[in-house]
Design a protein around this ligand. Structure first.
Ligand code: FAD
Length: 469
């Protein structure tokens, strides 16, 4: 009887234990992707990007004589219907770790087993299963450095090979047409512009990793902090949809380290930050929704997402060049340099004293590399409310950060058009990408700061001190 491979955020054939498990017994394999509530809830950009990933993966499967069956509905109902139609005796999938997926998968596994169907979930999205890393007392890690000390010496198995073929069933179950899902409908007008910055699919991801490991990784430890440099891997987009496996990235980093490339260990450390984010999300799922430290519930956050200063933040019009450049980069490319993410998050939560959830939601709507764990950890870290957070008194100063990390002003000149005699193409493309209702023009005057670096810092510190965090 056939095996159903429930494809989720693992849009790849190489180093995919679930794909290998599906074809291990030589039985026909039916790959299926289910558009369920979890997909419906995705923000505009990640949903659109997922659609592009599915399109690409469907052609990868077609090249080896298989297909991607698309179905919409509750995952358990869809799988039960497919089992009934195809006579499948087993369902396999790659594990997910966010609370909604965990609840769904547990329900699906229990029900399928009760139906007499073999149901197996396998590791593949992470290097280390979150429950396998524990302190001497058996607790989970709340701080990164000791987590890193434990995982850095762990043996990570070599990536496994891609299956050469997935045996096809005698008849293919019906499939929805991807177009009918309209994954891009909520995407704003600028989708064609964002599309020029994407790297979709397994092959493109592997090529980027090879390129990065051959060159930029050597200077990664320093270049990664400068947003004007092409100094990072930019693989988060592919890792988010499983178009490349973390093991493949890890081993490329290890090989580069053994070849003496100086920045390689820092790259491994960043991959471990991704692991740490999942470790936190798995052990304390509320990190994605509420202050990890409950004492922060008393902080006087602004919670009005339509407050003028919040609109200015979203639109890259705060008058703080580093903040605005980064917010525009996000809008045009669907990603943002890590230094930019830290600065815009600090500015929103500290200078504008706005709840981090408002920022988290905007990122979840606009990032093509949106990741439930990294986004939640990043926002709580920046706001000061998370487990391993910046101390409250460390308020990033967007002016001095600019002088330090963009000394030649290449980054802000790339993204800000106003007041420049010859604005860059990217800076101008921002005005083509934004909704007309924002009423922005490259000829506008550059705005004065909504809150200056000094005034915002002072106000935030006073609010923190008043509550003696
Ligand atoms: P590289 O520097 O090449 O790093 C390699 C990989 O390591 C990345 O692809 C990523 O998977 C992982 N990594 C690096 N830094 C971090 C980090 N700080 N936390 C977790 N993993 C990391 N990353 C996302 O993938 N999705 C998000 O939704 C996301 N939201 C964030 C929100 C905030 C407020 C902050 C401060 C950070 C966020 N990050 C997020 C983390 C980080 O900014 C991105 O992973 C990184 O910029 C991606 O670029 P890169 O692939 O070139 O990374």
């Amino acid at each position: 009887s056939p095996v159903i491979w429930w494809v989720r955020r693992d849009l790849r054939l190489s180093d995919n234990p679930a794909a290998l498990a599906a074809c291990a017994g030589g039985r026909p394999v039916i790959p299926v992707f289910i558009h369920d509530d979890g997909v419906a809830r995705l923000g505009a950009a990640p949903k659109w990007r997922l659609g592009l990933g599915l399109e690409c993966f469907a052609s990868t499967l077609a090249r080896i004589g298989s297909r991607l069956v698309l179905r919409r509905g509750d995952a358990l109902e869809v799988l039960r219907a497919l089992v009934a139609q195809s006579g499948a005796g087993a369902v396999v999938w790659t594990r997910a770790y966010d609370p909604d997926s965990v609840a769904r998968d547990t329900r699906v596994k229990t029900a399928l087993k009760q139906d007499g169907i073999e149901a197996r979930s396998l590791a593949g999205h992470l290097l280390f299963e979150p429950w396998t890393v524990a302190t001497g007392q058996g607790a989970f890690y709340k701080v990164y450095t000791p987590f890193w000390k434990v995982v850095r010496t762990r043996e990570v198995p070599e990536p496994c090979a891609a299956p050469r073929a997935l045996p096809a069933p005698a008849t293919w179950p019906e499939s929805d047409m991807l177009d009918s899902w309209q994954m891009g409908t909520a995407m704003r007008k600028g989708a064609e512009i964002v599309a020029t910055h994407l790297r979709v699919g397994e092959e493109a991801a592997q090529a980027r990793l090879d390129e990065f490991a051959a060159s930029a990784i050597a200077d990664y430890a320093t270049a990664r902090d400068f947003p004007a440099c092409n100094g990072t891997s930019r693989l988060s987009e592919n890792l988010a949809y499983g178009e490349i496996s973390p093991r493949t990235c890890w081993h490329a980093g290890l090989r580069a380290m053994h070849e003496g490339k100086a920045g390689a260990e820092t790259f491994l450390k960043e991959l471990a930050w991704r692991e740490f984010a999942y470790h936190l999300l798995w052990h304390s799922p509320h990190i994605a929704t509420s202050n990890w430290r409950p004492e922060w519930d008393a902080f006087p956050w602004n919670t009005d997402e339509n407050a003028p200063e919040v609109i200015a933040w979203r639109q890259g019009r705060t008058g703080m060049e580093f903040v605005d450049a980064a917010m525009r980069e996000l809008f045009v490319t669907g990603t943002m340099h890590n230094r930019g993410r830290m600065i815009v998050a600090s500015y929103l939560t500290k200078h504008l004293m706005t709840h981090w959830r408002i920022g988290l939601d905007w990122f979840a709507d606009t990032l093509i590399d949106w990741d439930p764990a990294a986004n939640a950890m990043g926002w709580q870290w920046s706001a000061g409310s998370g487990p391993d957070a910046t101390p409250y008194f460390r308020v990033f100063n967007p002016v001095t950060q600019l002088a330090r990390f963009d000394p030649g002003r290449r980054y802000v000149d790339t993204w800000i058009a106003e007041g420049r005699r010859r604005p860059s193409r990217k800076a101008l493309s921002y005005f083509e990408a934004v909704p007309p209702s924002w009423g922005l023009s490259a000829q506008d005057a550059y705005p004065a700061p909504v809150v200056t670096a000094e005034a915002g810092r002072k106000r935030a510190l006073e609010a923190y001190q008043a509550r003696k965090f």
